[in-house]
Design a protein around this ligand. Structure first.
Ligand SMILES: N[C@@H](CCC(=O)N[C@@H](CS)C(=O)NCC(=O)O)C(=O)O
Length: 206
């Protein structure tokens, strides 16, 4: 049995969607960021980084979205959401690394600027970069990284729920996907999937 530690509206939404897509047997445990529960000793004992999501597995805890998503896909091979060839697997990791280390971090400079600078003026300057940086990321995804209807081409993969977060991160900064037709079409296709709807509901977002 897997346990997904999540906060509503957080990036844990991607793992939540994927768990439903693969038909995993799992339970979820809410760790609300709004109340600071991610810093409580009980959760630090689970994830010393104090971040969500985390996934408890039979072998131990996994943190970091790309690792969690790939693990879920690999554990449920019948769902066919892990690319087949070594090259395609590397491409999936490359996309997830970009989403994790560049797009999510660009978004985090909004609420979490204090993580990178103490000076209020520097924080403000970083916050002012969030929208242009997210637009640059969306352009990169749209023009170069998306390989087709789905993130990796013709087939839905474990990358798609993660890619779905981009539109949400942008919307949080009043940015629309309208100038990015491939991302917009992808977001609409994601919303039509029952697994997405169930996960959105679990996050209070339906
Ligand atoms: N690189 C991590 C980022 C995790 C992360 O920062 N999650 C946010 C929620 S989306 C969080 O836990 N924020 C709470 C905090 O920064 O205290 C991953 O991909 O899992």
């Amino acid at each position: 049995m897997l346990t997904l530690y999540f906060s509503k509206g957080s990036s844990a939404l991607a793992a939540h969607i994927l768990l439903h897509e693969v038909g995993a047997s799992f339970e979820s445990c809410e760790v609300p960021i709004a109340s600071g529960a991610q810093k409580a000793p009980e959760y630090i004992a689970i994830n010393p980084k104090g971040r969500l999501p985390a996934l408890r597995t039979g072998a131990g805890i996994i943190t970091e979205n790309p690792a969690i998503l790939e693990f879920i896909a690999a554990q449920h091979p019948k769902a066919g959401l892990l690319p087949e060839t070594t090259f395609q697997q590397a491409q999936a990791r490359s996309l997830c690394a970009y989403l994790c280390s560049t797009v999510h971090v660009a978004f985090a400079h909004g609420k979490r600027a204090a993580r990178w600078a103490d000076d209020p003026a520097a924080q403000k300057a970083m916050q002012a970069r969030v929208r242009p940086n997210l637009l640059d990321c969306a352009e990169m995804l749209e023009q170069n990284l998306m390989q087709g209807e789905w993130a990796l081409g013709d087939h839905y993969s474990y990358c798609d729920p993660y890619l779905f977060l981009v539109g949400r991160w942008m919307a949080a900064h009043d940015l629309s996907l309208d100038p990015f037709p491939a991302l917009e079409t992808h977001a609409q296709a994601m919303l039509r999937r029952p697994a997405t709807q169930i996960a959105l509901e679990a996050h209070g977002l339906s």
